[in-house]
Design a protein around this ligand. Structure first.
Ligand code: SAM
Length: 294
């Protein structure tokens, strides 16, 4: 038996019917907004099959029953496991770099306008996005030390594993990636000898002086927001709404809009758009928006 070929051909070691897939993907959509197309069925199988082995279940139908039973008792351990397993966490430092350049050249404007700036990286994955923001802010504060303690960054994601990783601020990175990026070179310290692979990779740790700028917190964007900040002046909501329906996008941006005063900045992902989602923002450039007055 060739497990990989069998899975690719839709033959699973543990029975996994279309009904089972529909039940599980509905649970994911209801909880997170993430819509899973038919093409993700094999991915779901490979990511969840170890749970069947651990719980000694014979098929996915029994797994669905297990999850539903747990949900009825108000526990969410397995639900969290499924969410963590099914999220797509692709990210990178200075991904879509034009947003960070835009941020760098607008921080001064914003601080003069608002006196204090709250920045939100709202689907921060393993932290590369908020740490990239922190590097830009750190460089700004070096030039404008009088604004220290006026800028903070909130980093949230639904995936608990990602939040744990992000908080650590420790990454395995190719040596070239660090050396070729002035921000990474400045704010990362190499903390280990060479790791594995053909490409030279090392472990790097974020500079301690940036740590006080960023707070990490697990949060589902589609559940009531439990946030200390009353307002956000800069929101990064990038590469997450592509997984949501238009209706979900509309309700999400209605909430963002309530939290963002006029002139706040909003950055979305390269393949995302606010057309038909909200009229509360004006486009300034590619995937870069400013909040309009109410
Ligand atoms: C592809 S990553 C994008 C990371 C980063 N924003 C970037 O552009 O590089 C999408 C992230 O959205 C998170 N996510 C998905 N649904 C979410 C929800 N309902 N609430 C909060 N985060 C969510 C996932 O866990 C994942 O880490």
């Amino acid at each position: 038996m060739n497990l990989k070929t069998d899975i690719a051909n839709g033959v699973f070691e543990f029975p996994f019917t279309q009904n089972d897939y529909d039940d599980l993907r509905n649970i994911v959509t209801n909880e997170t907004g993430i819509m899973l197309p038919d093409s993700k069925k094999t991915m779901m199988y490979t990511r969840l099959v170890r749970r069947l082995r651990e719980f000694k279940l014979n098929d996915f139908k029994s797994y669905v029953e297990y999850v539903e039973k747990e949900q009825k008792t108000g526990k969410d351990t397995e639900l969290l496991y499924i969410i963590n397993a099914m999220t797509t966490n692709v990210t990178g430092f200075f991904r879509e770099n034009h947003h960070f350049e835009h941020l760098a050249s607008n921080l001064d404007n914003l601080i003069n306008k608002f006196a204090k700036i709250n920045i939100w990286s709202s689907a921060c994955s393993s932290g590369q996005e908020p740490w990239s923001i922190a590097m830009v802010v750190g460089e700004y504060l070096e030039k404008h030390p009088q604004h220290k303690s006026k800028i903070n960054i909130m980093a949230t994601d639904i995936d608990t594993n990602m939040i744990t990783h992000g908080k650590k601020g420790i990454y395995n990175l190719p040596e070239d990636e660090v050396n070729n990026n002035q921000h990474l070179k400045k704010w990362f310290t190499r903390t280990s000898n060479e790791t594995t692979g053909i490409i030279k990779q090392y472990t790097y740790e974020i500079d301690n002086s940036l740590r006080s700028l960023v707070t990490f917190k697990q949060m589902n964007l589609l559940k009531p927001w439990d946030l200390a900040q009353k307002e956000f002046h800069i929101v990064f909501c990038r590469n997450v709404i592509i997984y949501f329906s238009k209706d979900t996008q509309r309700s999400l941006f209605a909430e963002f809009s309530k939290k963002m005063p006029a002139n706040s900045l909003l950055y979305i992902g390269h393949s995302e758009s606010l057309v038909g989602v909200t009229d509360d923002y004006k486009i300034l450039g590619s995937t870069t928006y400013v909040k309009l007055p109410a």
